[in-house]
Design a protein around this ligand. Sequence first.
Ligand code: FE2
Length: 403
Amino acid sequence: MKNNRREFLQKLTLLAAAGSTASIPLSARTKAKNKEDGKSDAFLTAPYLQNMSETEITVSAITGIDSLCWVELIMDNNEKRHVFNKKDGFIDVGKGLVQFKIDNLSPGKTYRYRLYIKEINSFEPYDLQYGDTYHTEIFTFTTPDKDAETVSCLILNDIHDRPKSFKHLLDFNTKPYEFVFLNGDMFDYQTDENQLIEHLIQPCTDIFASEKPFILSRGNHETRGKFARDIKDYFKYPKDKYYFSFQQGPAFFIVLDTGEDKPDDTPVYADIVDFDAYREEQKRWLEEEVMNTSAYKNALYKVVFMHIPTFHSGDWHGTMHCRELFSSLFENHKIDIVISGHTHRYGVHAPNSEHRYPIIIGGGPKEGERTVIHFEADPEQLKVSMLDDNGIEVGKYEIPSQT
Ligand SMILES: [Fe+2]
């Protein structure tokens, strides 16, 4: 759908600079990140959408220059709404991550937007000097309709620092989708911001993420490395937690953060993790969700995303602890389907004597193991279709509506 990063940056439009009306090529007017292709460093990423609900969305990006940045929301009548970040009486300026929460949106409505950036050349106490102003191309997004009868999404898992896999896999999809769920282990371990840009955000904005949101769900590799404690800043979650639920169309989605796969006292974890307690916290939260949430009870379909599945994933601690904590809850509260990754062996596991709910497991990072899963639900049925990295359907599962 969307162009690659170079095209994005070429489309970043130079507005008339103060005192100038000339249209000057972007590459000549900005600090070049890479002189050979003239890339601007005004934006290090295209905008990427997070945490979309019926009335709210977060537009995020990473800027590479000291600047004032804002979102322009363009309404149907071409009226423009400018969204800045404000705190303590200040309007945010600076360089790096920017996140704009846009609220008061209408459900089921398509909006146009673009990001503006105004360079700050000097920042003295009584003399702030602005440079040029740029804006991105215009993107669109559509908020979910609270009365929607359908929902659809794509699911990727276990990319493991192979950014080319995003396009390779998503190119096989021909069906509509409203968001992309990244079901853990997008990385081997967390290094720095540049890894997030090059191996996740940019590959996603090249294809869809400026117009459709993605949800990054943690696997057991997003918990590793010196930057693991920082990555959450770059994404937005309901209530700022990696585990949460949301309703969209006829489905109620539960997202669990299954943590590490080995015991917390495994030497390489260096005594700085406590995932047992964290999974138990999620069990208590999940009990509340399934017992006391009317949206859960009333939903036509109940869907769980969790990186480590409760079965078909060996007998290491993470799998066994997830099984012990969650599996009977899934059964007793009629979860319709669990969608996982982690094993690097794709498979569709129908209900059996061990688990009375189906478990769909996406593939691994290597060529020949990779998969993309398409999920769709309507009043008649829930359908999951898994394609391999030749575009061949290697798994499917259908659940008729109970009503
Ligand atoms: Fe994993």
